[in-house]
Write a protein that binds this ligand. Structure first.
Ligand code: GLV
Ligand code: MN
Ligand code: MN
Length: 419
């Protein structure tokens, strides 16, 4: 085993090849990826990932929530492994890079170290976290949340998708209910590479985002109960229209986030009119909503503001019943100075332009940061677009991010530098 040259680079074509190869697992005609967590497509990419990690000499373990860990031993077995990686599940209309880049770049780091014959002091451990996206099962970042103890394993296993399938059933159906206890795989630190999913790096012509903070997030599940009746014959004052009340909530979420901006966003992303029909007044509406802000006070103000809006709508529309439950709440994340420093120093040493950043999207690294030193690396994506099949990033930027990941991990894990 040799020492690490400061100009060591990952294998650009090999990384790009793995991104294109795995994009076929759930690939869509528009060039995106639909690979919902714990689906048959997710199993295919997991099997591929496990085989690739084992071929790279790692021992792969799977925990009871399907989180996957590929361990590469270090010189000093008494040191905790440096963790890095991301997720391989996607949104229903996902792209080729969200989560995938961070996971496959982590694999590429292992392959690069193997090729160069480099051994680190601390062991290395690449993670693929279950259900980062939160689109099939809520909440998002579910596997890493349970890993750090925010939810019990039983609580997560009982969560259901829209068809009533539980996480436990879905894990069993693809053979990824692993034997390891959730949280048993220790890490000394965690680094996650990801596309930015926003427009800042591209607009400023910067290659690397050194992520110092992450937005706080609140997710809601809501239901409005009115009464179905004839659209032609029910006079307006007698109606119990659940959808009209819902429309007020949509606009209030938007208004609150605008009023409390610029560091606030609010979205209503899902709505179902139960038994919808064009000539029936909607009597049962199920929806989701979310707020995000990097400022704890702003996040709180958004929540308080929404509660006041709901009270107002309820007083003006007493014929409908409005229920809103907070199903997930995450305070803003402050990443660790040492890991942030390792990322910034790696970017500077490699000559990549960079800037500090706040993450708008949620990431598994947010959860890990509550239990260990953690930080993230961002690279630009085209037009800042993500959660869309047209999501795109250049090969050069992906390679730059992977090189920063390589050197940040080496700095954290410890490796003698070649003269
Ligand atoms: C995850 O992708 C999120 O930010 O919601
Ligand atoms: Mn992601
Ligand atoms: Mn995502």
């Amino acid at each position: 085993m040799r020492d690490a040259p400061s100009n060591l680079q990952i294998h650009a074509d090999r990384l790009w090849g793995t991104i294109l190869e795995t994009a076929q697992f759930g690939g869509t005609p528009k060039g995106g990826v639909r690979r919902l967590t714990l689906s048959p497509e997710d199993k295919t990419v997991r099997d591929w990932f496990r085989a690739a990690c084992e071929a790279a000499g790692c021992t792969v373990t799977v925990d009871a929530l399907g989180n996957m860990f590929a361990l590469r031993p270090g010189r000093d077995g008494s040191k905790l492994p440096v963790g890095f990686g991301s997720h391989l599940d996607t949104q229903p209309t996902g792209g080729k890079f969200d989560g995938v880049l961070g996971t496959l770049a982590a694999l590429e780091v292992l392959r690069t170290l193997n090729d160069a014959g480099i051994e680190t002091d601390a062991p290395l451990c690449v993670a693929n976290w279950t259900n980062e996206e939160g689109s099939r099962f809520a909440p998002a970042m579910m596997g890493s949340a349970a890993y750090v103890g925010d939810f019990t394993v039983e609580n997560i296993l009982a969560r259901t998708d829209a068809e009533g399938v539980t996480v436990a059933q879905a894990l069993n159906s693809i053979g990824y209910a692993g034997a390891e206890a959730v949280g048993a795989q220790p890490f000394g630190a965690f680094v996650e590479l990801h596309i930015e999913q926003g427009p800042i790096l591209e607009a400023e012509g910067k290659t690397i985002g050194v992520v110092e903070h992450g937005q706080g997030i609140v997710w809601y599940d809501g239901r409005i109960t009115g009464f179905e009746s004839h659209a032609g014959s029910t006079p307006m004052p007698l109606r119990r229209d659940a959808l009209a009340a819902f429309a007020e909530i949509v606009l209030a979420v938007e208004r609150l986030a605008r009023d409390l901006g610029p560091n606030a966003v609010g979205t209503v992303g899902e709505v179902t009119i139960v038994n919808a029909s064009r000539n029936v007044i909607p009597g049962d509406v199920i929806f989701s909503a979310e707020f995000r802000s990097p400022e704890a006070e702003t996040l709180k103000a958004l929540e308080t503001g929404l509660a006041a809006v709901l009270a107002d709508i309820a007083s003006r529309r007493p014929k409908v019943d409005i229920q809103l439950e907070t199903i997930w709440r995450k305070e803003p994340t402050h990443f660790d100075a040492k890991v942030i420093g390792a990322v910034r120093e790696a970017a500077n040493a490699l000559g990549y332009s960079n800037r500090p950043m706040v993450s708008g999207a949620g990431h598994d690294a947010f959860n890990l940061a509550t239990k260990m030193p953690a930080a993230m690396i961002f690279v630009p994506c085209k037009d800042g677009l993500s959660h869309n099949e047209l999501e795109d990033a250049t090969k050069d930027d992906c390679v730059a991010g992977a090189n920063v990941l390589l050197h940040a991990v080496l700095a954290l894990a410890g490796v003698a530098k070649a003269a």
